[in-house]
Design a protein around this ligand. Structure first.
Ligand SMILES: CC/C=C\CC(=O)SCCNC(=O)CCNC(=O)[C@H](O)C(C)(C)COP(=O)(O)OP(=O)(O)OC[C@H]1O[C@@H](n2cnc3c(N)ncnc32)[C@H](O)[C@@H]1OP(=O)(O)O
Length: 688
């Protein structure tokens, strides 16, 4: 756990050994404690170098130990730090790879720090519901005074030579606890302003706010008092559900990589195809973002758009985004895709158009080309059936803006081969995405769950709510945008087109259909009515809110909308009633959760973690709430079930509010913890 050797006669070299990231689990802390004591008591040792094996200094405290009593065994981290800092022999940290969280604190407890130029240091625990903040590269860390020296050579050798050079030198001013915090003018005003800004950005997350309190303590109190305050604050965070939720997200983010398919195919038994060239077909907003994401991942990309003016505009925008990096060529001819390894289709969400395109691509592309569609909802298998090799067809559902959003839904149809899925998943990794493999159904996972959410939002408007009220409740919960601001941003016409495809609105609706009912279920035509009036959201300058111009970003309440809703209610004999925040949250969020349980039971998602990763990284679900399925567990499954039963009783014509069978089974079996839910799924399949 901590290897101890003596080098150059007088330098003790301690190497942390805990792959893959040298996390500071109990055995490592114990090993470090013993090693420092040994170095201190060996009269031949005059200095110490601390490093990590395999080019990695330390990834911090072991997150798996949090909330686990076994983490209480062995010395505490602060005891290891204190022993190091008070050592009478100079201790030098040799930082390669990264020193993060407790890993950086360990380095700070050393008297000197040498970092490789490519090393990253930082305190990213805010992402785990603990404080503090961001990561920096070695050069910046040197400027900030976090490192004493940066090297391009072998870091451990450099540190060993450095340690030798400081043997016997006084250490008092090298001990962090002895260094006063530089005074700051207007300290109070500074922290008040910082707190104001952090609070407004934190959207209900405690860690960033508590972090400001801790930094204020560090800057204004004597060292030991600051440490005491930090301990108290850390305790409150550790015991908050938010820290658990964020730590759950850390592992959910990584769990998608261990994908499996109902056939039994899995991440560790399938080989990905080799992909070095790609074509992106259709250069609207999505196609442009996908081109950038693929080019940045090192693929040579041909971007194809049949409309010349759109092609020229896309070329300008993509070149600007890539800033000279990336290998992209442009063509208006589909034949340009003939020799590529991968095609990503990103044309309009129109099945007939996509079918025609897949048929064409199948005849143009060389055998073995992977054909991917960026559809957000359409049937992958229907597209596959238009091709020569249906096993080479998958969905790669990107999220706008595609070069920035972390999520990639990789959708497999019944005929997609494991190799095709492995290839798409590996590409996702190359692009730095959180990739999740999901089954084929309308809307897959993310958009299938979005449907009941939007539906509830529209129903709430019918019943008396306003977009402002619904959005405020959701934003207070932690979403970056409420549902109405979000749909204004993405464009109300997107859903309109899908509803037309589904025959819910437009000319295909049979004559005589009641306005607010489809197939015997409640339906709200509000979104359709908005689009019929040209209110598409930000792009048209008017949607659920008013914007100063088409494309404007600043949303204002619109008196027109208030009148429109009032007239709509009168026309449909609806009586507005007061609606409370709690009802907004329960109806919108429980509807999402309920669909999540159905998706699990149908085998469309392989685990609740996968669903949560999709919602956190693709739909803005607040990380400190852990994703919809984790949140359901925190609220209590019985309470979610009771809420759904109550709302379904009040709205029996809304099937999305009818509690799912899996939720009922889980509650009946005593609401087991989330990692056991899969055992209750129909036709349960193990993930490991
Ligand atoms: C009392 C509180 C004191 C201190 C607070 C802390 O120290 S909290 C921990 C602070 N550290 C972090 O937040 C770092 C988290 N890790 C990362 O950011 C990345 O993992 C890292 C270290 C940059 C490496 O990234 P890379 O892409 O190379 O690998 P990957 O993320 O896939 O991780 C590999 C496997 O290691 C597991 N892991 C990573 N960090 C930790 C950790 N600190 N504790 C436990 N396990 C960790 C990670 O889950 C991966 O395993 P897998 O089985 O695939 O999930």
């Amino acid at each position: 756990m901590a290897q101890y050797t003596t080098v150059n006669g007088s330098v003790a070299l301690i190497t942390i050994q805990n792959p893959p990231v040298n996390a500071l689990r109990a055995a490592v802390r114990e090993g470090l404690f013993n090693a420092i004591q040994k170095a201190s008591s060996d009269p031949l040792v005059r200095s110490v170098v601390l490093s990590g094996q395999n080019g990695t200094f330390c990834g911090g405290a072991d997150i798996k130990e949090f909330g686990n009593v076994s983490s209480m065994s062995g010395p505490l981290l602060v005891e290891v730090f204190a022993l190091m800092e008070t050592s009478m022999k100079p201790v030098v940290a040799a930082i390669e790879g990264f020193a993060l969280g407790g890993g950086l604190e360990l380095a700070l407890a050393c008297h000197y720090r040498i970092g490789h130029s490519k090393a990253r240091v930082g305190l990213p625990e805010v992402n785990l519901g603990l404080f503090p903040g961001r990561q920096v590269i070695a050069g910046e860390a040197l400027k900030l005074g976090l490192l004493d020296r940066v090297t391009d050579h072998n870091t451990v050798d450099t540190a060993l030579a450095f340690a030798k050079s400081v043997e016997g030198k006084p250490l008092d001013n090298r001990r962090l606890g002895n260094r006063p915090c530089p005074p700051l003018e207007n300290m109070d005003a500074f922290f008040e302003e910082a707190m104001k800004r952090v609070r407004s950005r934190a959207r209900g997350a405690s860690a960033p706010v508590v972090c400001v309190q801790a930094v204020r303590g560090a800057a204004t109190l004597p060292f030991h008092k600051g440490m005491e305050l930090e301990k108290v604050l850390l305790g409150t965070l550790f015991n908050s559900g938010q820290a658990q939720a964020s730590q759950y997200c850390f592992f959910a983010e990584r769990a998608g990589a261990r994908w499996s398919m109902p056939s039994g195919a899995r991440w560790d038994t399938c080989r990905a195809l080799s992909i070095s060239t790609a074509a992106v077909i259709g250069l609207g907003t999505m196609g442009r973002g996908i081109t950038v994401a693929l080019a940045r991942a090192g693929l040579s990309v041909v971007a194809v758009e049949t409309q010349e003016h759109q092609l020229a505009e896309a070329q300008r925008v993509v070149s600007h985004m890539l800033k000279g990096g990336g290998q992209v060529s442009y063509s208006s001819d589909l034949q340009a895709a003939a020799e590529v390894d991968l095609v990503v289709e990103a044309v309009f969400e129109d099945m007939a158009l996509k079918e025609k395109l897949f048929k064409l691509l199948s005849s143009i592309c060389k055998p073995g080309t992977l054909l991917a569609t960026n559809t957000s909802t359409l049937d992958i298998d229907r597209l596959a059936s238009c091709t020569r090799d249906p096993q080479l067809v998958v969905g790669m559902h990107f999220f706008a803006p595609a070069h920035m959003m972390r999520l990639l839904e990789v959708v497999y149809g019944p005929r997609s081969s494991p190799e095709a899925v492995a290839t798409a998943m590996q590409l996702g990794k190359r692009m730095g995405k959180v990739s999740v493999a999901v089954g084929n159904c309308p809307g897959f996972v993310g958009n299938r769950m979005l449907k009941p959410y939007l539906e509830q939002a529209y129903f709430l408007l019918e019943e008396g709510a306003t977009p402002e009220l619904v959005d405020a409740a959701l934003e207070e919960f932690g979403f970056p945008m409420g549902v109405f601001r979000m749909t204004d941003l993405s464009g109300l016409d997107v859903g309109w087109r899908i509803r037309k495809e589904e025959g819910l609105t437009g000319p295909d609706v049979p004559a005589g259909q009641p306005t607010r009912s489809r197939h015997g279920h409640r339906y709200s035509p509000l979104g359709d009515l908005m689009c019929e009036r040209g209110r598409y959201g930000q792009k048209s300058g008017r949607g659920w809110y008013l914007y100063d111009k088409p494309g404007g970003r600043v949303a204002r309440s619109d008196p027109w909308l208030r009148n429109f809703l009032e007239e709509y209610r009168v026309r449909n004999a609806l009586v507005a009633r007061p609606i409370h925040r709690q009802e907004v949250l329960e109806r919108c969020l429980y509807a999402i959760i309920n669909e999540g349980f159905r998706i699990l039971d149908d085998g469309i998602a392989a685990s609740p973690q996968n669903i949560d990763a999709i919602y956190v990284f693709g739909y803005g679900w607040p990380k400190h709430r852990g994703g919809p399925m984790f949140y359901a567990g925190q609220v209590g499954l019985a309470r979610v079930l009771e809420g759904l039963e109550r709302y379904h009783l009040a709205h029996p014509d809304v099937p999305h509010l009818e509690p799912s069978s899996l939720l009922r089974r889980l509650v009946a079996s005593g609401s087991p913890p989330i990692h056991k839910w899969n055992q209750m799924v129909k036709g349960h399949r193990s993930q490991l």
